[in-house]
Design a protein around this ligand. Structure first.
Ligand SMILES: Cc1ncc(COP(=O)(O)O)c(C=O)c1O
Length: 390
C-alpha cells in the first residue's frame, strides 16, 4: 500500500477539475440556484443569461450554425441516443468506424428490430478508417455516418476531414462522438462537414459529470423527433412538444450547475489554448510511449496502437503476455498508487480491430494536469511489476 496517488484515467473522466470550475459550482451551491424558463424573478433571468452564454461558447467552440442548436443532455451517451433514435427511420442504414464505443453501438444494435441496419468500416491496425471501404459500404438507404473522433482504446484520431468530404459528396449526415477529442484538437463543424457534434462535459472539457449535449445543423435537426417528452416552460397550453430549439430536445429541468461548470471548463481551455493543451498531452504521451518501447522484450509488453505521437490523443493502451490486465491495473494501484483502467473500455469492436478482444488492455490516459514525473514513475511501476511476474 502506498500513499502516493497518480491519476492516469483521464479518458474515463478528468478527476482534477480547474479551480474556476470548482469555484463556480461551489458558489452556486452556496448561494442557491434557481431554475430557468419557469420563473419570473431576476435571479432566474440571471442564470438563464449564463446558460445562454454557455450555448454561445459551445457553438463557437465547435463552429456550429447557431447557439439555439446547442442542446444539453446528461452525457454523450444520452446525446447519441437522442440523435440516433430521433433521426433514424425504418429501413435506414448507418455506417460506423471499427473503433466505436458502445455509446454508439448499443443504440444502433437496439434498432435492428426496427429494420435499421449498420455496417462497420474497415480500419487499419491502428484504427484509422479505410476511406475506400467507407465508400464501398454506402448503399441507397445509407443516411448517416457516425464516428468517434479519437479512439478511447488507443488514442488514434480518425481522419474526420476525409470522412466529412465523403459525407458531403454522398449527401449523408455526419455525426461525430467527440468524447476523447473535444478540448484537445479543434473540431470544426463547418470545415469538416459535420452535421452533429455530440459531446460530454466531464472528460477533456473539464466540466463536472452529468452534463453533455450535442450541436446540430438545422438541416439534420429538421428531420428529427425528440426522444424525451415533457415540460419546457414554453407553449405550456399545448400537449405537444415545442418544435423550436433548444426546447424541442430539453424537456424537464436541466443540470444547470453542470452547465455552469462546463462553461468554466471551456473557459479554462480557451485561457490555456487548445494547442498548448494538445502539445502538453503529446509531450507526456511521448515520454510514456518511449518508456514502454524501452521495456525489455522478455516481459512481452506491447503497445496497442501508434508508436509515435502523430495523429493521436493522450490515450495509450498496453498489455503483457505475462500478467492478466486486471491484475496489472490492481497492482499498479495497490503497490504504486497509479490509477488506470483495465479491460475492454466499453469498446469491444475496437478490440476486434486491434486484436485485443476479449482480454482488452491496460489503458493510461493523460490530461493537461499530468506531469512528466508522474508518467516516468508509472513506467518504473510497470517495469517493477513485470519483473516480479516473470
Ligand atoms: C469514445 C467515447 N464515446 C462515448 C463515451 C461515453 O461517455 P459518457 O459516459 O460521458 O456518456 C466514452 C466514454 O468513455 C468514450 O470514450
Amino acid at each position: 500500500m502506498v500513499n502516493k496517488k497518480i491519476y492516469l484515467d483521464n479518458a474515463c473522466t478528468t478527476a482534477v477539475k480547474p479551480d474556476n470550475v470548482k469555484k463556480v459550482i461551489r458558489e452556486y451551491l452556496e448561494d442557491g440556484i434557481t431554475n430557468i424558463n419557469r420563473s419570473s424573478y431576476k435571479k432566474s433571468n440571471e442564470i438563464e443569461e449564463k446558460i445562454y452564454e454557455t450555448r454561445e461558447r459551445i457553438n463557437k467552440f465547435f463552429n456550429g450554425e447557431t447557439e439555439k442548436n446547442v442542446i444539453f443532455t446528461k452525457n454523450i451517451t444520452e446525446s447519441l441516443n437522442v440523435v440516433i433514435k430521433g433521426f433514424l427511420k425504418e429501413g435506414d442504414h448507418v455506417i460506423v468506424s471499427g473503433v466505436e464505443h458502445n455509446a454508439v453501438m448499443r443504440p444502433l444494435e437496439s434498432l435492428k428490430s426496427k429494420n435499421i441496419s449498420y455496417d462497420i468500416v474497415k480500419c487499419d491496425k491502428y484504427g484509422q478508417v479505410e476511406i475506400s471501404d467507407l465508400k464501398n459500404k454506402i448503399k441507397n438507404n445509407t443516411k448517416m455516418i457516425i464516428m468517434t473522433v479519437a479512439s478511447n482504446v488507443n488514442g488514434t484520431i480518425i481522419d474526420i476531414e476525409k470522412v466529412g468530404e465523403v459525407a458531403k459528396e454522398k449527401n449523408l449526415f455526419f455525426v461525430v462522438d467527440t468524447a476523447q477529442a473535444a478540448g484537445i484538437i479543434n473540431i470544426d463543424m463547418k470545415k469538416f462537414n459535420i452535421s452533429c457534434v455530440t459531446f460530454t462535459g466531464h472528460k477533456s472539457l473539464y466540466g463536472p459529470q452529468g452534463i453533455g449535449g450535442f450541436v446540430i445543423n438545422s438541416d439534420m435537426e429538421s428531420k428529427m423527433s425528440p426522444l424525451i417528452y415533457g415540460g419546457t416552460g414554453s407553449i405550456s397550453d399545448k400537449l405537444v412538444m415545442p418544435n423550436f430549439l433548444p426546447d424541442k430536445y430539453e424537456a424537464g429541468t436541466l443540470n444547470l450547475i453542470g452547465i455552469l461548470g462546463l462553461n468554466e471548463g471551456i473557459k479554462f481551455i480557451e485561457a490555456n489554448g487548445i494547442e498548448n493543451i494538445y502539445n502538453h498531452e503529446m509531450e507526456i504521451t511521448k515520454i510514456f510511449i518511449d518508456g514502454i518501447l524501452n521495456i525489455d522484450s522478455k516481459y512481452k509488453c506491447s503497445l496497442i496502437g501508434k508508436e509515435n505521437i502523430n495523429g493521436r490523443v493522450g490515450v495509450v493502451s498496453i498489455c503483457s503476455e505475462i500478467i492478466d490486465n486486471g491484475e496489472f491495473a490492481y497492482l499498479l494501484d495497490e503497490e504504486y498508487g497509479i490509477m488506470v483502467r483495465a479491460g475492454l473500455h466499453c469498446a469491444p469492436i475496437a478490440h476486434k480491430t486491434f486484436g485485443t478482444y476479449d482480454k482488452g488492455t491496460v489503458r493510461f490516459s493523460f490530461s493537461f494536469n499530468t506531469k512528466e514525473e508522474e508518467v516516468k514513475y508509472a513506467i518504473s511501476g510497470i517495469e517493477k511489476i513485470l519483473k516480479i511476474k516473470l
